[in-house]
Design a binder for this molecule. Structure first.
Ligand SMILES: *Cc1c(COP(=O)(O)O)cnc(C)c1O
Length: 352
């Protein structure tokens, strides 16, 4: 589903980067915050800036404890390794990032397979989950973890309703499973819905937020849970080489992001809606109305492939991503202005 970044050395410079919200560059003010960070040995628990960040995120997510990790993918792997044993089964949506875009990490690192449930917009229902559960027996893989993505990336940035999350986690817990939320874009869901991060996180044993997507930091993600689960997770952080040294330099960027880059996600959502509305008026494009910052356009009816569209846009300095055989994804973020959205809509119209 996720296509690699098209690297064409002859292409003009990228002036409008809608490829991903990972493409944000740390601002000067964020870099200045990094410059002044107090630091120590993170691995020994002695980096005051990392400790401050973990305390902030634990409070934000309503959990007892948190740990700093270099990336969201490592948060998923650490959590899966903490919850699962080799041979276990994880239940997630079939489009989940842990299935599509983490190099097969659950299988390769944890020896756990991920069973993907179907459903539009990256969602499945409590009935789907119930139907996927088996009575434990010596013949079948133990089903030990439920994983959901808030927002659903390949589901178009769609926001899981809180009551559905509560029902899903209730069913999983009743079946003796643990629950994990991939919150790469949880803060987008929070800003768009007005529902607190801690409310979305409450029914999940582990949850993380990413600082390298819309929050604009160069690296870093924070995984939160009970003190007991984070304590167990530390062994996996150590084993994977995710225990760090003077990581406060990076945590300072994340603290800056918490203070300055959350409320402004609303602008990204407004830009995404304007972009979708503009593209919807172009013949051959089928555009889903975005709930957050991801805009998916299906180009099947245009008679041109998504790669063809992406290449034509790239020739004009506009970078988008190709998702699967018929879709383009355009992602708004803090380095994308309202003016760039208008330029992009005009570029699409000109190609068509
Ligand atoms: C980006 C992303 C990840 C991985 O986060 P990184 O910080 O890039 O490792 C995981 N899940 C989802 C849904 C993502 O979009």
């Amino acid at each position: 589903m996720y296509a690699p970044l098209p690297l064409d050395p002859t292409a003009p410079p990228v002036t409008i980067n809608l490829f991903s919200d990972t493409q944000t560059r740390p601002s000067r003010a964020m870099r200045e915050a990094m410059l002044d960070a107090e630091v120590g040995d993170e691995q020994l628990g002695l980096d005051p800036t990392v400790n401050a960040l973990c305390a902030r995120v634990a409070a934000l997510l309503g959990k007892e404890a948190a740990m700093f990790l270099p990336s969201g993918a490592m948060c998923n792997s650490v959590a899966i390794l903490t919850h699962c044993r080799p041979g276990d089964e994880i239940i997630a949506h079939e489009s989940a990032h842990i299935i599509e875009a983490e190099g097969g990490a659950p299988w390769a690192l944890a020896g756990a397979r991920v069973h993907g449930l179907h459903g539009a917009r990256g969602f499945f229902t409590p009935d789907d989950l119930r139907a996927s559960l088996r009575a434990p027996s010596r013949y079948s893989a133990p089903q030990t973890l439920l994983e959901v993505e808030q927002t659903s990336n390949l589901g178009g940035g769609a926001i899981w309703p809180l009551d559905v999350l509560n029902q899903l986690a209730g069913i999983a817990h009743e079946a003796g499973m643990a629950t994990h939320m991939d919150g790469a874009r949880l803060m987008n869901a929070v800003v768009a819905s007005g529902i607190a991060a801690a409310d979305y996180a409450a029914p999940f044993d582990t949850v993380w937020i990413d600082f390298t997507k819309g929050l604009g930091a160069p690296l870093g993600a924070v995984l939160a849970g009970s003190a007991e689960v984070i304590d167990r997770a530390w062994r996996w952080k150590q084993r994977l080489g995710g225990a760090l040294r003077q990581a406060g330099i990076c945590a300072a960027a994340c603290l800056y992001a918490l203070d300055h880059n959350i409320d402004r996600l609303a602008q990204d959502h407004a830009n995404a809606r304007r972009l979708a509305a503009g593209l919807a008026g172009i013949a051959g494009l089928q555009v889903e109305t975005p709930e957050t910052n991801l805009v998916y356009a299906d180009v099947a009816a245009s008679g041109r492939s998504p790669n063809d569209w992406a290449a034509s846009l790239r020739a004009q300095g506009i970078m988008v991503s190709v998702m699967g055989r018929t879709r383009l994804r355009l992602c708004t973020h803090l380095d994308v202005t309202a003016g760039m959205i208008e330029t992009t809509i005009a570029a699409f119209a000109a190609i068509n």
